[in-house]
Design a protein around this ligand. Structure first.
Ligand code: G3I
Length: 338
């Protein structure tokens, strides 16, 4: 009976303790998809915009904080951890029966000034990174199921010349995964990057993760970002081949940050939307048809909050919902494919 109660309430409640369900079911049933559809969450919109929250919980089964789990947000001063915003996103997800992907533990960007200006030795930076990862992953242990442990470490075919590589050396990648696994052995650990075509960078990515695996590093999967300019989308067959290659090597994959920028297209808005929908459909189908593709995430919910507008200083409409919260052809293309 307790099991039935838990299942009916969509809650992951403790049978041993017979605790009542803590989580509310979703207000609107989400489409039942074979591949989970997720979205990056803009914290300010989540807190301040009820229509945004409604759209999120009605459409997506997974969330990833767009900025609130990055190094500068979590550890703004050395040794002082601030989980308030990230906790709010995780609590929203739990309240709505969504799962959470953590993004990201190690990246060259969004680092606090104390870290970038600190002139630390290798041993000091190793200790800082270890404490950061153990504290952050430990804080969310059991609540964040998947982590982007290392983000965009490749620049072309080599490792990016960033703080981590310069001070620690290439081993920082291996240690980041080992420490994340130590903090939550159940979490699925991913390497995330935008090497999503079949060029030299995709080969470098394959070499990087298979080398880590051969050293016993606990890496479960590879995130393929998929920020696309509609004028020149990647080849969907090449992406499918990349997914198959990782499947053969025993890696999960996921589309982790998809959006489709329209600002370089001409023609009517409706024709641009159709072009965009076709691009989304192609990569959603890649994911649906790959045996190892575990989820499909868009980098935002609706157009008015997309990072692309701030980054390019240009109007755009890259997501599945428009700036008036209305579904676009891309939404039906993605949900149909998944
Ligand atoms: O928080 C500050 C705020 O205090 C300040 O007033 C404001 C003024 O510009 O900036 C705010 O920080 C911004 C932050 O987003 C939060 O809004 C940064 O300037 C801005 O650069 C930052 O952009 C984020 C970007 O990563 C950083 O490189 C985007 O929102 C975020 O969507 C983007 O996400 C990345 C993924 O993490 C990794 N893959 C690529 C993807 C797109 O670049």
């Amino acid at each position: 009976m307790a099991l039935l109660t838990c299942m009916l309430a969509f809650a992951s409640c403790s049978l041993a303790g017979q605790a009542p369900p803590q989580q509310r079911p979703t207000a609107v049933p989400r489409p039942a998809l074979a591949v989970p559809l997720g979205a990056a969450v803009n914290y300010n919109a989540l807190i301040n915009d009820a229509r945004y929250r409604d759209l999120l919980r009605a459409t997506f089964s997974m969330v990833v904080p767009e900025n609130e789990m990055k190094f500068d947000a979590i550890e703004p001063e050395q040794g002082q951890f601030n989980f308030q915003r990230a906790d709010a996103i995780v609590t929203f997800a739990e309240d709505n029966n969504m799962w959470v992907r953590g993004h990201t533990l190690v990246w060259e960007q969004q680092l606090p000034a104390w870290l970038t200006n600190g002139h630390f030795t290798r041993d000091e930076l190793m200790r800082i990174l270890k404490e950061h990862i153990l504290t952050e992953v430990g804080h969310f242990r059991g609540r964040v199921k998947t982590w982007d442990v290392v983000n965009e470490a490749l620049a072309g075919t080599g490792l990016r010349d960033d703080l981590w590589l310069r001070v620690i050396g290439p081993d920082y990648i291996k240690w980041a995964f080992i420490w994340a696994h130590e903090a939550d052995p159940q979490a699925q650990l991913y390497y995330n990057d935008y090497a999503d075509q079949d060029g030299p960078k995709a080969d470098a990515l394959y070499t990087l993760v298979t080398n880590l695996r051969s050293q016993g590093v606990p890496i479960a999967g590879v995130g393929l970002e998929m920020h696309v300019d509609a004028r020149q989308p990647p080849d969907a067959q090449a992406v499918a081949a990349t997914m198959r290659r990782f499947a053969a090597a025993g890696f999960q994959v996921a589309i982790t940050e998809m959006d489709v920028m329209l600002q370089h297209l001409t023609g009517s808005l409706q024709s641009q939307y159709q072009t965009q929908a076709a691009i989304y459909r192609a990569f959603a189908l890649d994911c649906r048809q790959a045996p190892n593709c575990k989820f499909f995430t868009t980098w935002g919910v609706c157009d008015q909050y997309s990072w692309i507008i701030a980054a390019t200083h240009h109007a755009d409409a890259p997501l599945l919902f428009d700036k008036n919260y209305q579904p676009k052809p891309a939404l039906y293309a993605v949900t149909g494919a998944l």
